[in-house]
Design a protein around this ligand. Structure first.
Ligand SMILES: Nc1ncnc2c1ncn2[C@@H]1O[C@H](COP(=O)(O)OP(=O)(O)OP(=O)(O)O)[C@@H](O)[C@H]1O
Length: 613
């Protein structure tokens, strides 16, 4: 049976053997607690028996105590012991289930979060972050509620029905049959309700996910919403989604609210039958008065907890719907898995590492595997250790994709990507990514201080190392001028800094790692020309000890590269040094001419397209 079709509680039981002992323990306490909970009602009957039959009473026969006072005292003592045991087992059961639910919710959240972090980028592209947040927060909390309250209720109700049933059968099998008559109706009705409620609760969770996704996305893009004056439109969208969530809840509630009244009627019938038939049996002497009173109390005891069945099933449905989503997340298959080998240490004296792309093909795909965008089609790149290579080309040509394949954020569909001759797919992520200092187009900073961010890839870096890296990235001066220097908080995503400042910090962050391979993807696009030139000079200095791959639109920044690769049509259309490429009068020369203002873009485009290497 596919996992998704299996009851989520069964899935949880199978995958978490470490909790089984605790579940058994918690269940044992809960069962004992219910037994001690039923006993006082039996004692009521016994007390009436003492009053009615005096010396002949059950207590008298059993204990040998003749006088009523003595019998009552013995009964009071027994009641006290039972109540104490009831309280103790209640405490133990509550504690067992609540600690279990706390640990389980923590473990599941961590399992889910840990797994999500391992999933490849493509997986995230098919999902909204807010939805994931809903699973990691709301769904985990929902499960916690079920384990805290619902699981205990289920065990207690079941024990109570069985325990009371036994008492009934011992005292009067006829009344037992009559009192139990409503139970199949109640249980059958409950199951029917449950089956109907299940899809409604699944829908509630789905709507909660949509709402979380929408609000999460909007909060992330709040500046854009404001800039476009889209607040009202977004409010409407959130209102619609929120209403859909409320409607889904309403559908579930209308059904679940009908449950208790229906069950009450079944209980009423059971109660009346015991009252009338039991009364007749007592009139004609078949049943003792004490036993009659026990059964009248017990009918309540038997049937009344079943009214809570609605609420319990509610918790059960919500809890299992949530659990299913959490487990589905944890079980989501990982497509890009790390290899098992470590990258061998660099050869003595080697500066950087060699990076080779050999006939690499790559297609972005949708979740179902269908082609979204064809990008690389037989790409060859040969970057020798210690060299600086540039990748240029029209927007959308696949330049960023090349570095994503090197970092294994995606896997190539064909061909080979190697570092020092080692296929990247065979290397552990740590050894592969630990060698690469990556500065992407997205200048993402974490909420923390400047220093925290600079240390992100090298937690043990000294203050001096941070300063040197910041100087190379032309960031030291502005950082030193911040109110608290390197300890200044950057705000969420780095919002308290300018785009150019953020970019310089991301460069410094990559340099702090002192990587063998430095990858700069449009890393200086947001800084002014003067700063860019200064960064270029610094990088030229440090790039001698490492392999550098630069992606740039502004060709002036890469003209000194050892080799420039012009990407077009999914492969390298031409390659060479700046001077060689200019002499070729091909695509590069055309781009250069446009950027230096020698010719206008309009006249350059056809030339660029027609000049094959
Ligand atoms: N996650 C993705 N899913 C689907 N298609 C994508 C994805 N990322 C990029 N693409 C597409 O793949 C192609 C190559 O994108 P890539 O980012 O590598 O281009 P680029 O050359 O770096 O562009 P730019 O110069 O604009 O940064 C583009 O057509 C783009 O639309």
């Amino acid at each position: 049976m596919p996992d998704a079709a299996v009851n989520p509680l069964k899935r949880l039981w199978r995958r978490a053997p470490r909790y089984r002992g605790r579940v058994v323990m918690g269940t044992t306490w809960a069962v004992l607690n219910q037994i001690f909970d039923i006993l006082p009602e039996l004692l009521i009957g016994v007390a009436i028996d003492v009053v009615v039959r005096e010396g002949d009473s059950f207590v008298g026969q059993w204990t040998g105590i003749e006088d009523r006072e003595g019998q009552l005292l013995a009964l009071a003592g027994a009641t006290a012991v039972v109540w104490l045991l009831e309280s103790l087992t209640e405490y133990l059961a509550q504690r067992a289930w609540r600690t279990l639910s706390q640990e389980l919710q923590h473990d599941l959240r961590m399992d889910a979060y840990g797994h999500v972090q391992e999933l490849e980028l493509a997986w995230f592209e098919d999902r909204e972050a807010g939805r994931l947040l809903t699973v990691l927060n709301d769904d985990v909390n929902q499960l916690e509620r079920f384990l805290d309250v619902g699981a205990l209720q289920i065990i207690q109700t079941a024990t109570s029905v069985v325990g009371v049933g036994v008492v009934f059968f011992v005292i009067s099998p006829l009344l037992a049959v009559l009192a139990f008559l409503p139970i199949p109706v109640i249980v059958g009705g409950s199951l029917l309700f449950q089956r109907r409620l299940e899809p409604r609760y699944a829908n509630v969770r789905e709507q909660a996910g949509r709402l979380g996704g929408l609000i999460g996305g909007n909060l992330g893009g709040i500046a854009t919403i404001k800039a476009f004056g889209a607040e009202k439109r977004e409010s409407r969208r959130v209102a619609e989604t929120s209403r859909a969530y409320a409607a889904a809840n309403y559908e579930a509630i209308t059904l679940s609210a009908a449950f208790v009244p229906v069950i009450r009627i079944a209980i009423l019938i059971g109660f009346m039958v015991t009252l009338v038939v039991g009364g007749h049996l007592t009139f004609n002497g078949t049943l003792e008065i004490g036993m009659y009173s026990v059964l009248v109390f017990m009918t309540q005891r038997l049937l009344w907890p079943l009214t809570a069945l609605g609420e319990t099933l509610d918790l059960y449905q919500r809890g299992t719907a949530s659990l299913r989503r959490i487990l589905d997340l944890i079980d989501a298959p990982i497509a890009v898995r790390p290899g098992a080998r470590e990258l061998p240490p660099r050869a003595a004296g080697a500066s950087g590492r060699a990076v080779v792309f050999d006939a690499v093909r790559f297609v972005y795909r949708d979740g179902d595997g269908s082609v979204r965008t064809r990008v690389l089609d037989g790409l060859d790149l040969d970057v020798r250790a210690g060299e600086t290579h540039a990748i240029v080309g029209p927007t959308g040509a696949g330049k960023s994709t090349v570095v994503k394949l090197l970092l294994r954020l995606y896997d190539a569909d064909g061909g080979a990507v190697t570092i020092d001759g080692e296929p990247v797919g065979e290397l552990t992520f740590d050894s592969l990514r630990g060698e690469i200092g990556y500065v992407g187009q997205d200048t993402f900073l974490f909420d923390g201080s400047v220093a925290d961010n600079l240390r992100y890839g090298a937690p043990d870096a000294s203050d001096e190392q941070l300063r040197v890296a910041a100087e190379m990235a032309e960031a030291h001066e502005f950082v030193a001028a911040l109110p608290h220097g390197y300890d200044t908080p950057v705000g969420e995503r780095g919002v308290r800094l300018s785009g150019g400042q953020r970019q310089r910090l991301t460069i410094a962050r990559a340099l702090v790692r002192d990587p063998a391979i430095l990858v700069l993807d449009e890393a200086t696009s947001a800084v002014d020309n003067e700063t860019e030139a200064a960064i270029q000079r610094s990088l030229l200095r440090v790039s001698r000890e490492r392999t550098t791959i630069v992606i740039a639109h502004r060709l002036s920044t890469i003209r000194h590269a050892d080799r420039i690769h012009v990407l077009d049509g999914g492969r390298v259309a031409e390659a060479g040094t700046h001077d060689e490429l200019l002499e070729r009068h091909g695509r590069y020369a055309a781009l250069w001419a446009v950027q230096t203002g020698e010719i206008t873009p309009r006249s350059s485009s056809p030339a660029a397209r027609s000049s094959a290497p």
